[in-house]
Design a protein around this ligand. Structure first.
Ligand code: GDP
Ligand code: GDP
Length: 433
């Protein structure tokens, strides 16, 4: 589980340029419905082996110029509440502006790490100009040129040093996060699931924030639900800000073992749902997909099969994920949904003993050797599962650098076939032996 970093600042300072550099546009995705590439404003990245989620708050500022200012203040306040660290970006070209001063005022009171990043410092002259930002009263600053990458390393070095190390707890109750777009039926699902208060075992105040895990005992299972449906929404946030719900989803995903991803059958597996899916996948979380409101779909012979096929195509290459068709309204397959989430949880914490792993995998490898590469033959000698909270496998061989992606995928598929890791992202490494 990783920390969350929010990038704040007024429009045009270069937040999204910097954000795209961080996530390297690796995850640019295409909306399945419209076929256009959607901008995404949150993603997962890593620096020096430390992974964290990053959110570009600018992506959520909507409205005309005159309401910009109020919007930005609101977003900065939310970022302060929800993020673990904040990058406050300003622009050396324009110098200190009134809006920068307003944001700085909010940030000076914060006891979380705040990094003042002065962007567009493309040359030495601008480096000298940057000193005027001391007047913001935020202390030391970092100069960046997001356009060519300058300064990024120094900022990220400092950032990952102070990010809280949030260890994933093992051997506790399964933690399920119910995630999805607004209106997918998350609150209805949670209500149907828990029915009445009597299923609630305890309320555990999750963090210092009001994100709450609630412990339930239902259908014979005990689990924690990480709530994103907003039933305990802060009084402060009256409107249904998309930014707020995204912030919440990102945090919930970070804190979960398994993400129960609800989607509205009448809207399909669209771009926003895919964003959430990839975020869960990149976070190595177990995933169960629930196609809700199935009662609204006119069924023909192949409805389920066709619908499922479309989803699986969009999930490529990670397709080994349970997809259930449910109706919260009719309380259809709610129990099955939880049962499946429990199975995925077990798959994610599954540990294969080395002896058994080798007994099964070595003969398979023997019969299907990695292809020779540049005239060299790769010999895989043994394999082992790493002691991590999610499945990672290391295969030891003479020439790890010569094993290509397709063969690693072959190994992954064999592991899935032999041991059942349904719903769980896994990593396959080649190591030198
Ligand atoms: P945002 O509104 O804060 O997300 O800002 P954008 O990332 O959209 O950038 C606004 C403008 O500043 C764009 O035209 C960028 O190309 C430009 N820009 C971003 N970073 C730099 C930089 O490091 N140097 C210069 N010269 N321009 C930059
Ligand atoms: P949330 O924003 O994801 O928490 O969604 P809600 O639980 O508030 O549900 C949004 C709307 O969808 C409400 O009007 C629900 O009554 C409706 N809804 C939820 N589940 C179903 C379902 O299975 N079938 C139908 N027809 N409507 C549903």
């Amino acid at each position: 589980m990783g920390a969350i970093v929010a990038i704040v600042g007024r429009p045009n300072v270069g937040k999204s340029t910097f954000f795209n550099r961080l996530i390297q546009r690796r995850e640019a995705i295409v909306d399945a419905v419209s076929g256009v590439t959607r901008d995404r404003h949150y993603g997962k990245t890593d620096w020096n082996g430390r992974e964290f989620s990053v959110i570009d708050t600018g992506g959520y500022v909507v409205g005309s110029d005159d309401i910009f200012e109020k919007e930005i203040d609101k977003q900065v306040e939310l970022a302060i509440d929800e993020a673990d660290a904040i990058i406050f970006m300003v622009d050396v070209e324009s110098g200190v502006t009134g809006m920068d001063e307003d944001v700085a005022k909010l940030l000076r009171r914060v006891d979380k790490p705040v990094f003042l990043a002065i962007n567009k410092v493309d040359n030495g002259q601008r480096e000298a100009d940057a000193v005027e930002f001391y007047s913001l009263g935020l202390g030391e600053y970092y100069t960046l040129s997001s356009i060519n990458g300058g300064g990024t390393g120094e900022l990220l070095d400092a950032l990952v040093k102070v990010l809280p190390e949030i260890e994933e707890k093992v051997d506790e109750l399964p933690r399920f996060a119910v995630v999805g777009r607004p209106n997918a039926g998350k609150s209805s699902f949670i209500n149907a699931l828990i029915g009445e208060e009597r299923y609630i075992v305890t309320d555990i105040a999750g963090t210092t924030r009001d994100s709450i895990d609630t412990k339930y005992n239902r259908f014979g299972f005990e689990f924690n639900l990480v709530d994103t449906a907003g039933i305990r929404r802060k009084a402060k946030v009256k409107e249904d800000l998309e930014f707020y719900s995204v912030m919440r989803s990102v945090r919930a995903i970070e804190h979960a073992d398994v993400c129960i991803l609800l989607l509205d059958a009448t809207r399909g597996f669209d771009g926003q749902v895919q964003n959430i899916f990839w975020l869960a996948q990149r976070n190595h979380k177990g995933i169960v997909i629930l196609v809700n409101k199935w009662d609204l779909v006119e069924k023909e012979t192949n409805s389920v099969r066709d619908f499922e096929k479309k989803i699986r195509e969009a999930m490529e290459p990670f397709v080994d994920v349970p997809i259930l068709f449910i109706s919260v309204l009719n309380k259809q397959r709610i129990f099955k949904a939880i049962e499946t989430a429990v199975e995925v949880y077990k798959n994610r914490s599954k540990k294969i003993v080395t002896r058994k792993l080798n007994d099964i995998m070595l003969p398979i490898i023997q019969n299907h050797q990695p292809p020779a590469y540049k005239g060299k033959f790769v010999k895989i000698k043994f394999c082992t599962q790493l002691p991590t909270p999610y499945p990672q496998f290391a295969f030891f061989c003479n020439l790890p650098q010569y094993v290509r992606e397709p063969y690693k995928r072959f190994l992954e598929n064999q592991l899935r076939k032999q041991f059942d890791f349904t719903g769980v992202p896994m990593t396959v490494f080649m190591r030198k032996k």
